[in-house]
Design a protein around this ligand. Structure first.
Ligand SMILES: [Zn+2]
Ligand SMILES: [Zn+2]
Length: 306
């Protein structure tokens, strides 16, 4: 049994209630008729109405046992086609909204795909950055290794410079000479000074020694006999004695290191000279000797006449 409560439209005050909290006017109806507040007091409902005439009617509660469905109000001037059109319009709106939702859902999916692609791209870039950091670290390690190697190279150059230095003057041998009798090598200046000291002592001991003299080859007698008539024996003996005497007057040059007798003229050590040139540039000790113009005589020709 549906019940409806009707508030008087003419009053905005709260409804006045009795002690049971009920509305002041209660209409009980079983015939399904629509009860209206202005119908209170009619002959049909008068006997079932509890009325308090001393108070004005403020609120009406309608109770009905009718099961009839509420009748929709008809639009003015329209019949049932109005609701069909409304239904069609609402269906169109619904379809439109569904399409809109589907479109937005598609856009959302696309946005999610784009977001996922950007996330993957970000991950890839992050990996590239990590790889770049690793590469930088490797390059830094290589650079540090090269720097350490460069330092070790300078140490090697220093050690090599020590090895290529003259044992007498301790300078790089820019003009190294090899003593083939013993294998030792000294710079030209030191070796000449050493030999000159020996020659000076020899001249002091042999005042008749001629520095500019030419030595007689020891095999001169044999050569003369092979190219000409045989020499008389006394002449051969005198000639051989002269050869031996010329050689016996030679100063006894020795190696300044091992004191081995040096009979052969020192020769240029080309390998050591090239190495000294290279190491000298690396150590900032280039050859400052001035090259003499023209072809000069050998620096040891005076000590070892031919
Ligand atoms: Zn020297
Ligand atoms: Zn030697």
């Amino acid at each position: 049994m549906p019940a409806t409560r009707t508030r008087s439209s003419s009053s905005r005050h709260s409804p006045t209630r009795n002690l049971l909290g009920r509305p002041e006017v209660i209409v009980l109806s079983s015939d399904g008729e629509d009860a209206r507040p202005n119908e209170i007091g009619s002959s049909r409902t008068k006997k079932n109405t509890i009325k308090k005439p001393t108070f004005p009617t403020r609120e009406v509660l309608e109770i009905s046992s009718s099961d009839e469905k509420p009748v929709l109000p008809k639009a003015p001037g329209n019949d049932g086609s109005f609701w069909q059109r409304e239904n069609s319009r609402l269906k169109q709106i619904n379809e439109h909204l569904e399409r809109k939702v589907a479109r937005q859902r598609g856009q959302l999916d696309n946005s999610r795909k784009c977001l996922e692609e950007q996330r993957q791209e970000l991950v890839a870039q992050s990996r590239e950055i990590d790889a770049g950091h690793q590469e930088i670290k490797l390059q830094q390690e290589k650079l540090a290794a090269l720097q350490a190697k460069g330092k070790s190279k300078s140490i090697d150059a220093t050690e090599l410079g020590d090895m290529l230095s003259c044992d007498i003057c301790a300078h790089l041998m820019h003009s190294p000479y090899l003593l083939s009798d013993c294998g030792h090598c000294y710079c030209e200046g030191c070796l000449r000074g050493w030999f000159d000291e020996t020659l000076t002592k020899h001249i002091r001991a042999h005042p008749t020694y001629d520095v500019n003299r030419k030595l007689v080859p020891p095999n001169v007698p044999q050569i003369l006999q092979s190219i000409g008539p045989p020499l008389p024996y006394p002449i051969q003996m005198q000639l051989q004695a002269a050869c031996n005497a010329s050689r016996q007057q030679q100063p006894e040059y020795t190696c300044p290191g091992c004191r081995q007798e040096i009979a052969k003229k020192p020769v240029v050590n080309f390998v050591v000279r090239d190495m000294v040139s290279l190491v000298g540039r690396a150590l900032g000790q280039p050859d400052t000797r001035k090259e003499s113009s023209g072809q000069r005589a050998g620096p040891f020709d005076a000590f070892f006449p031919e």
